[in-house]
Ligand binder design. Structure first.
Ligand SMILES: *[C@@H]1O[C@H](CO)[C@@H](O)[C@H](O)[C@H]1NC(C)=O
Ligand SMILES: *[C@@H]1O[C@H](CO)[C@@H](O)[C@H](O)[C@H]1NC(C)=O
Length: 310
């Protein structure tokens, strides 16, 4: 019996081996985290929640909740999408560049296409320091996609926004680097699924070496330990695609190579963002417990040409 079981166990371990999150401490309850680092070396995480909560850390390990982007209430223009005045804003995306924080964030309600993406900037990233520049793009019931989950890629002089959730999937539009708003009405399709009700969202376009990588979260968020969220990737030689997965399947045709899924007590990892740091490319994400969602941080190794969580 033992001789037949041991090889089986070894195979199972090799097939499912996925690293646990690196050590984090302090205020690590987050959903849809995005990470930035300023010139002084302070790390900032913005996340889904009332007014967009802000966590900071001196070392990327110990995190402190220091307040929110909008401590005096969300910009009133978001209320038409959240349907409230409590400012529950979703899945922000931060970029720090030349002493300035850029933040895209979304306003919507669960399962609705009445959604808007907004843009704000700050010189410090701190609570109450933000200037809102208003609506970037929006969708309404009957549109082919959903204007949430923004992500900015600054690629040379080009600003590229990816967005989308369910419906016909992940889209891309070009932005003006001077206004942060669309510079054209063109909407490019980057990735789409038909499986599981088209569950794809939380896109990130990341340039590493000679490739652009499109990360997304598949399947179901927000159901505690029932969550089936998982992180997928494809790559392209252009930010506009076409993206293919490691098996050569187009991401517009349901392709997507698994980067990180449920393993052990780490349930439903997703809502990811990437950042270049001194020790490599960092991926932040959340995963679920029975009562909340927690911050995960790992490095990604791209040396094989495909991202591997380490
Ligand atoms: C984490 O940071 C907080 C706030 O600066 C500090 O009070 C706490 O002692 C730190 N914890 C650890 C484990 O370093
Ligand atoms: C998880 O699924 C079970 C069985 O369907 C259900 O009873 C429970 O409410 C679900 N939990 C959450 C947090 O969705």
């Amino acid at each position: 019996m033992f001789t037949s079981i041991l090889p089986l166990l070894a195979f199972a371990a090799a097939a499912v081996a996925q690293p646990n999150p690196g050590r984090v401490t302090g205020d690590i309850s987050v959903h849809d985290p995005t990470i930035c680092k300023d010139d002084s070396g302070t790390y900032f995480i913005y996340a889904t929640g009332t007014g967009i909560p802000i966590h900071t850390s001196p070392d990327r390990i110990n995190w402190t909740l220091i307040g929110s982007v909008w401590p005096d209430g969300a910009p009133s223009e978001t209320n038409q999408f959240t349907g409230t005045t409590n400012g529950d804003l979703w899945a922000p995306d931060c970029t720090y560049r030349d002493g300035q924080f850029y933040l895209y964030y979304a306003a919507s309600t669960f399962g609705s296409q009445n959604s808007g993406i907004f843009f704000a900037t700050s010189p410090t990233g701190l609570p109450g320091s933000w200037t809102d520049y208003g609506l970037v793009t929006s969708t309404e019931t009957g549109d082919s996609y959903n204007a949430i989950d923004p992500n900015l890629l600054i690629d040379g002089s080009s600003w590229v926004l990816s967005l989308g959730s369910f419906w016909t999937g992940i889209k891309e539009m070009m932005l003006s680097s001077s206004t942060g708003k669309p510079s054209s009405s063109d909407v490019i399709s980057l990735a789409q699924r038909t499986a599981n009700n088209g569950a794809i969202e939380a896109s990130v376009i990341w340039k590493q070496g000679s490739f652009y990588y499109l990360f997304s979260s598949w399947d179901n968020c927000c159901e505690g330990l029932n969550s089936t969220y998982n992180i997928r990737v494809g790559r392209s030689s252009s930010a506009a695609g076409p993206f293919v997965d490691q098996s050569g399947i187009a991401l517009t045709d349901g392709g997507g190579t698994l980067v990180l899924g449920t393993h052990g007590s780490i349930v439903g990892p997703g809502g990811q963002d990437l950042m270049a740091d001194v020790d490599g490319t960092v991926m932040v994400y959340h995963y679920y417990t029975a009562t909340t969602s927690l911050l995960g941080i790992n490095l990604l190794d791209f040396s094989s040409g495909w991202p591997v969580v380490v």
